[in-house]
Design a protein around this ligand. Sequence first.
Ligand SMILES: Cc1cc2nc3c(=O)[nH]c(=O)nc-3n(C[C@H](O)[C@H](O)[C@H](O)COP(=O)(O)OP(=O)(O)OC[C@H]3O[C@@H](n4cnc5c(N)ncnc54)[C@H](O)[C@@H]3O)c2cc1C
Length: 402
Amino acid sequence: MTVRHRVGRLVVGGGIGGLTAALALARNGVPVHVLEQAPEFSEIGAGVQLAPNALRVLDRLGVLGDVLREAVRPPQAVLMSAVTGERITAIDFGAEFQAAYGHPYIVTHRSDLLAAILDACRAEPAITLETGRSVRSVRQDGDVAVAVCADGAEYRADALVGADGLWSAVRAHTIGDGDPAYIGDVAYRGTIPTAAISDRAGKDNMTWWIGPGLHLIQYPVRGGELFNQVAVFSADERGPAEEWGPPDELDRAFAATTGHVSEGVRLVNRDRRWVLRDRPPARAWSRGRATLLGDAAHPMAQYLAQGACQALEDAVVLADLLTAHGADVPAAFAAYEAERVPRTAEVQTWARRMGEIVHARGVTALLRDALLADRDARDFRYTDWLYDYRTDARPQAPASAG
Ligand SMILES: Cc1cc2nc3c(=O)[nH]c(=O)nc-3n(C[C@H](O)[C@H](O)[C@H](O)COP(=O)(O)OP(=O)(O)OC[C@H]3O[C@@H](n4cnc5c(N)ncnc54)[C@H](O)[C@@H]3O)c2cc1C
């Protein structure tokens, strides 16, 4: 016999986006149920950069203090040549940056970020969390969205939010546009003890070493105790995609880089690699009583370090609109798409372009470096569109259980 559960608001996926959406709904007084496929809520052992647009969301939800406790505030983001070892340009994250955006730029361990959000969710009586629940499919049944789990159990919801990441089962129902696309790059990432790495570009900074078809990002996490590294390169597209970019190809790709970079790459975690994928922007994410957020809605290349930041923005906007529209869920989803589709489409598009800029070769790379050479580190004209986005520009929604 099929086990059926009736819930009002259902979030599928308990990653950064899904848990933040649940928290935002609960803070608005709306009860919400979360289904996570993994046996426990967890994140991979790597770092994440969070820009002021994300910190604004965490602040509003009351979890910023917890996040900042373990995070690092790098004084600068420094762009270095991975080939010559020379500095190309920098962004100063000091007092002027903070005055411009109202929040700092931070780097932290993904588990520390997730733990802060999860603790806040656990303290909210309006949130019910369930792990070990994998959603296989979604269907529309009149005014109800039905999530069907691997064991056949069904969750019937007035509003269902697919926050189930890159391989979203909910997206298969709402859009059904197949697999995400290969970017052509492979990433290796993870943390190492900070003491293991030499001091070249400043261990406090967020340093981005760039070269033809490759880059290495380095920054401290967990109060400086651990050092996060992300090595990315254009892979030879031979054989099945999930086998692209084996470790010997990683070493070959970085063979001609400066000593500090090749030393970092030698130490990068090699037990797992990510064949990077994204999607072109979609025009809409919703169908009936189901919608999407985060990577399920707009998976993007990581070159702007905004995937998680955009998931956080989505979460509060969606929660506010679901609260404000009460029982009229389709109206809430329409307003959510009107606000979030254009914003995330721009970020998705620029994330891809940023990849082309940092991985440029030959004359294009020379031109890039020459143009950036005289840039003022406190010139924020190019980051305003990204970091100055206000999810709180709309009047706060009144509390309603909808
Ligand atoms: C190399 C790399 C570096 C990055 N760096 C940054 C950065 O510095 N800053 C930044 O903002 N972003 C960064 N990103 C992007 C960021 O990691 C993602 O955008 C973000 O994690 C998306 O969060 P999410 O909650 O939408 O999805 P996920 O984190 O994928 O969470 C989805 C959750 O849903 C669960 N789930 C999946 N399927 C089901 C199912 N069928 N049923 C139930 N549960 C399910 C999963 O187990 C998971 O817990 C980076 C990405 C990569 C690849």
